[in-house]
Design a protein. Structure first.
Length: 82
């Protein structure tokens, strides 16, 4: 690439393609490494899933055992919405 091309920001097409391919390779490698490092400690993954599901079950049980709230109908005060 000439000095003027660098100076004025002109990059040949084949150079752009090469740079884009390299960026895609690095991005894919980085994502793969991140997923792999997150899954290396399988005990912590299982524990996190178990804790999350336990909390979800507790919240659902609370919602199911909670009596439904009665609210006043906006049309008239003598009507109830169940």
């Amino acid at each position: 690439m000439s000095r003027e091309a660098v100076r004025f920001g002109r990059v040949p097409k084949h150079e752009k393609v090469r740079m884009a391919e390299e960026l895609a390779r690095v991005t894919a490698r980085t994502l793969t490494d991140a997923v792999q490092s997150a899954l290396t400690d399988s005990d912590s993954v299982v524990e996190s899933c178990f804790t999350g599901f336990s909390r979800l079950i507790d919240n659902v049980k609370k919602l199911l055992h909670k009596p439904p709230a009665q609210s006043v109908c906006p049309v008239g005060r003598y009507f109830l919405i169940l």
